[in-house]
Structures are given as structure tokens and as C-alpha cells.
Design a protein around this ligand. Structure first.
Ligand code: NAD
Length: 481
């Protein structure tokens, strides 16, 4: 890992190819201690306008030269790869991710950049004969406003930057004020990789996000965050008919059939729900277990929960960090106390740790109805409601009985039955015997209120492109004499 005090020194915004100080600042809190890490620079409205103007002013060749863009992305991947220790240290400090997981996120960011560096936008040929040539190509949307949540800032920044750039766009990126540091550092590291104005970092609060969305020169908003903010962005984008990619919250159900190997599956279900302290959009957030194995599976999961080591994210023995910020800690605490007050029972955890920082014990709650807030709402933290079912049809109905639709999974020894049940789940992704696998080449996104459009894969590139049909009438060929 890198030196903690050095990595946070002199953080700057990247605007129009220059590293500049912020007009304002916000205190970023270390979630593991509750202490202020640093006063991070934030942009003013005037700086936001400068960033958008620079993004608009990018030379036309940027949108036309795919090889140059791929070369830039490859260089960006090399630079991030050479700075894993530094970026992972910042992630660890600002969101409390255990260091090993922070290294993993940095590695995943490199993978997203490399994926787009190596891919090529497709051209669809509709007709190609002696009379006409008709094909559809991908052209850039223009300035992409990228708005990020706090839970995986580097990974989501890399996903949005790489896709927008691969499609020929420029990017004005607003990280969350709760976790702006890694993205600021990313902008500093990539300063010389892209032509001026292609990548700009504009940290700020929700109001700044609204200004970015309303900006008339921004052609597309790529947003990852809550459903409420996604709805507000969609409404605010309507006057300009802005292109939208909305990756929103989830409340994924996992359905566990009676034929599973209980011991093995218990550990994997626990990871599916509690990895990164449960702060993953596509984590298991509701667990439906067949009644015949409920008590045995719960006992196994309780053992795993009690073996979890919470502590200093930099300590190699730590397996789970704190919640990344105080509002999120309070949300989880309130959801659990409301559930316990309504008759639920904590089989494991159910309380915060008595130490500074946002530490909350991994919690399994039983005895809840589908209407209980911990079941019906997205907790986005280390508290999992576990419910039993007798008939699989009832479990499918309960899993689908939600406004969300990001992911879902089925756990069984019978793969074909697993696929059959998975295909009845109304979600953007349905996994069998795994959960939450998100990779650069696999389309990912939500149905219902969990989002609009798909990230990743070829379809992800389409979200950041306009389709242009080129239709050519060919002159008749001169007869061969
Ligand atoms: P949030 O919606 O509160 O904030 C996300 C970002 O949007 C922040 O940068 C914020 O400043 C900005 N913002 C808020 N309101 C805005 C508005 N009206 N206009 C423009 N910008 C606005 O979400 P959060 O608490 O940072 O993140 C947690 C949420 O993100 C969870 O619901 C989680 O499931 C979701 N998430 C989804 C995915 C996915 O891929 N589907 C991935 C990660 C997180």
C-alpha cells in the first residue's frame, strides 16, 4: 500500500486538460474512524461550465479516430495498473474497503479500460449489392455527463469513462461528495492521456449533479445511483431529450432449493450478500430458503457471520470494513431496528459495534413478512432478511413482487431446473448458483425501476452512441465492352 498522508496531498480537479484547485471544498470522513481525512476540492458552477465547454470543444478528429481512442484507453489502463497501490489506498481510506478488496476494485477498473481499448464498434450492413449500399454505424453522442455513487467510485468511473471514450464522446464526471478522492486522483493520473477536455472531473453535491443534467450542451447522462435520483434525472432530461443510461438500485432475491449442498452454499450466499459490507447494487438483499433446510442453512450462515473479522481496512486480517458513510450506516441501523421492533429476530448481529467508525455486525434477520421495510426496501448494507417458502412458485412470486429488477439468483443442484426458475425472474440478470458477477463483456442493467439501458458488452457501447444509417444509391455499372 502507499503512504496514507502522501496520497491525499494536493488533490486537484481536471478541467480542460489542466489540474486546478476547487472553488469550494468538502470534508471527506474516514468511515473507519469518523475523523476527517481531507478537505476535498469541489467545483463551482462556473467551473462546471468551463468543463462542459472544454468537453464540447474537443477536436472533431476525436470522434472519428477510433484507433487513437483505443490507444488512449490502453495507455489509461497501463497508468491505472502502475498505480494500484496508490488508488487502492485512497479507496480504502475513503470508503473503508479492506485493502485487498480495494486492490481488486483497482484491478477491475484496469480490466474495464482494457476491454474497451481492445474492442471495435460494429457496423451493421443492411444491403450491399450493385444498386445500393446501406449500413448503420455508431457515432458519438457528444458530451457525456457521468454521475457516480459512493460505493465503487473507481470501478464505476472506469466503466463510464472507457465506454464513453470508446464511443467517441468526451466526459464530465461528477463523483459523489461522499467519495470524490479516488476519482480526483484518477483525473490527475490520466491528465496527459486524452486530448484536453476529453476527461474532466467535477466533484460536487446533488445540486451540481442537477446542473450537469440541466446543462444544454450535455448530450447524455450516464448515471449510477438511487432510484429517486434516477427518476429526477429522467424528468429533468426531457426538455433536451438527453440520452440516458440509468443504473439504479436493486433488491435482489436469491431462491435456495432444498437440494443444495448446504455447507458450501451457505458461505457463497453469505458472500453474495455481505461482500463489500453489502454495499453492492447487485448483492443478495432478500434470501428465500426452502422450509426444509431453513434451520440448517441459517445455522451455517450464522457461523460464517460470526467468523467475519471487522476492523481496520488496512489490517490484512480484516474481512469486512465499515459502512462507507454515516447516512448509509444510519439507514441500515434504522431498517434493522424497525424490523426487530416489528417482530423480526436477529439470528446473527443486529447491532453496531462499540467502536468509532461505521461498523455494523453482519446481521441475519428472520420472522419478517414481505412487507417489512428490510425486505421491501434496498438496505445496501450488511443486514439480510431470510424468509422461508414451501412452494417454489411462491418464492418466484415473492422475488418478483417488487418495484426493483436488477438481479436475482437460484441455487440448486439441478442446473436445468435452476435455469427454468431463473428465466421466470423479472430482473436484468438472473444467475444460477452464483450472484453479482459483473464483468466488462457481459451486459448488465435493470428492469422495472432498477434502470434503463445496459452497461457493458457491445450493447453497453450502443448506450453511449447514436446510430447513423448511411444509405447510398450506387451509379449503374458501365457495361463491359
Ligand atoms: P444517490 O442517488 O444519492 O447519489 C448518486 C449520485 O447522484 C451522487 O453523485 C449525487 O450527488 C448525485 N445526485 C443525487 N441526486 C441527483 C439529482 N437529482 N440529479 C443529479 N445528480 C444527483 O446514490 P448513492 O447513495 O450515492 O448510491 C447508492 C445507490 O446507488 C444505491 O441505490 C445502489 O443500489 C445504487 N447503485 C446502483 C448500481 C447499478 O449498477 N445499478 C451500482 C452502484 C450503486
Amino acid at each position: 500500500m502507499a503512504n496514507k498522508s502522501i496520497v491525499l496531498r494536493d488533490l486537484r480537479l481536471l478541467i480542460d486538460g489542466a489540474l486546478v484547485p476547487g472553488a469550494e471544498s468538502v470534508a471527506v470522513i474516514n468511515p473507519a474512524t469518523g475523523e476527517t481525512l481531507v478537505d476535498a476540492p469541489m467545483v463551482s458552477r462556473a467551473q462546471l461550465d468551463q468543463a462542459v465547454a472544454a468537453a464540447l470543444d474537443v477536436p472533431r478528429i476525436w470522434g472519428r479516430d477510433e484507433a487513437l481512442r483505443r490507444q488512449s484507453l490502453s495507455q489509461a489502463a497501463d497508468i491505472v495498473s502502475a498505480h494500484v497501490a496508490e488508488l487502492a489506498t485512497i479507496l480504502c481510506l475513503e470508503i473503508g474497503l479492506p485493502y485487498k478488496l480495494a486492490e481488486m476494485e483497482t484491478g477491475a477498473a484496469v480490466a474495464f479500460l482494457r476491454y474497451r481499448a481492445s474492442g471495435k464498434a460494429s457496423i451493421d450492413t443492411i444491403a450491399d449489392d450493385e444498386k445500393q449500399r446501406i449500413y448503420v454505424r455508431r457515432i458519438p453522442v457528444g458530451v457525456t455527463g457521468a454521475i457516480l455513487p459512493w460505493n465503487a467510485p473507481l470501478l464505476i468511473a472506469a466503466e463510464k469513462l472507457s465506454t464513453a471514450v470508446a464511443a467517441g464522446n468526451s466526459v464530465v464526471m461528477k463523483p459523489s461528495p461522499l467519495a470524490p478522492l479516488t476519482v480526483l486522483r484518477l483525473g490527475m493520473l490520466l491528465r496527459d492521456v486524452f486530448p484536453s477536455g476529453v476527461f474532466n472531473t467535477v466533484p460536487g453535491g446533488d445540486q451540481l449533479g442537477k446542473a450537469l443534467v440541466a446543462h444544454p450542451k450535455v448530450g447524455m447522462i450516464s448515471f449510477t445511483g438511487s432510484i429517486a435520483a434516477g427518476q429526477s434525472i429522467m424528468a429533468a432530461s426531457s426538455p433536451g431529450l438527453k440520452r440516458l443510461s440509468l443504473e439504479l438500485g436493486g433488491n435482489d432475491a436469491a431462491i435456495v432449493l432444498p437440494d443444495v449442498d448446504i455447507r458450501k452454499v451457505a458461505r457463497r450466499l453469505f458472500t453474495g450478500a455481505f461482500f463489500r459490507t453489502g454495499q453492492i447494487c447487485a448483492a443478495i438483499k432478500r434470501l428465500y430458503v426452502h422450509e426444509s433446510i431453513m434451520s440448517e442453512l441459517l445455522a451455517e450462515m450464522k457461523t460464517v457471520a460470526e467468523g467475519t473479522v471487522l476492523g481496520d481496512p488496512f489490517d490484512p486480517a480484516t474481512t469486512m470494513g465499515p459502512l462507507a458513510n454515516r447516512p448509509q450506516f444510519e439507514r441500515v441501523e434504522n431498517l434493522v431496528s424497525a424490523s426487530l421492533a416489528a417482530g423480526g429476530k436477529a439470528v446473527a448481529g443486529g447491532h453496531a459495534l462499540d467502536r468509532p467508525g461505521n461498523f455494523y455486525a453482519p446481521t441475519l434477520v428472520v420472522g419478517l413478512s414481505d412487507k417489512a421495510p428490510l425486505v421491501a426496501e434496498e438496505q445496501f448494507g450488511p443486514a439480510l432478511p431470510v424468509l422461508s417458502f414451501a412452494k417454489v412458485e411462491d418464492a418466484i412470486e415473492a422475488a418478483n413482487g417488487t418495484v426493483y429488477g436488477l438481479g436475482g439468483s437460484v441455487w440448486t443442484s439441478d442446473v436445468e431446473q435452476g435455469i427454468d426458475i431463473a428465466s421466470q425472474l423479472r430482473s436484468g440478470t438472473a444467475w444460477v448458483n452464483q450472484h453479482g458477477i459483473v464483468l466488462p463483456h457481459i451486459p448488465f442493467g435493470g428492469v422495472n425501476l432498477s434502470g434503463l439501458g445496459r452497461a457493458n458488452g457491445a450493447v453497453g457501447l450502443d448506450s453511449y452512441s447514436e446510430l447513423q444509417t448511411i444509405s447510398v444509391s450506387l451509379p449503374p455499372k458501365a457495361p463491359v465492352s
